[in-house]
Design a protein around this ligand. Structure first.
Ligand SMILES: [Zn+2]
Length: 135
């Protein structure tokens, strides 16, 4: 049996990938993708953390202050930031502006989870913590 996320052969019993579509996922994807995704969804109303989607894993990241600084966002996408097409309402999708130019790897996980094509890391940042509102 193959993992519905990474496509590798599953050793052992496998895991339920819910809410990610598919029948069974491997232990590695369970830890790196399914569990962080469940945590993200359970906290989606709080809008206090961003979801980082790398080509192989999901991570929840929080700003060091109340809002993400430009530097923190640049670090997450490893370069200049660009706002990509929207995946979730009230969340901005941040990607690397030069991703294609510098040959970043296709984000396979984003295409599986959200049916979107990106290269490099994509970051789903709640608008609320994206930047400090103008006063
Ligand atoms: Zn897997």
């Amino acid at each position: 049996m193959k993992c519905c996320i990474c496509g590798k052969e599953i050793e052992g019993h496998g895991n339920n990938p819910f809410p990610i579509a598919g029948k069974t996922c491997c232990d590695e994807c369970n830890v790196k993708v399914v569990l962080p995704y469940r945590i993200f969804l359970s906290r989606i109303r709080a809008k206090d953390a961003a979801l980082m989607i790398t080509p192989t894993e999901l991570k929840l990241i929080k700003p060091s202050g109340k809002y993400f600084s430009l530097k923190e966002l640049q670090k997450a996408v490893d370069g200049y930031i660009e706002i990509g097409s929207e995946i979730l309402p009230d969340f901005l999708t941040v990607v690397n502006e030069e991703g294609l130019l510098i040959g970043l790897k296709r984000n396979r996980l984003a295409s599986i989870l959200f049916d979107k094509e990106y290269v490099g890391n994509a970051l789903l940042v709640p608008r609320k913590i994206f930047e400090k509102p103008e006063e």
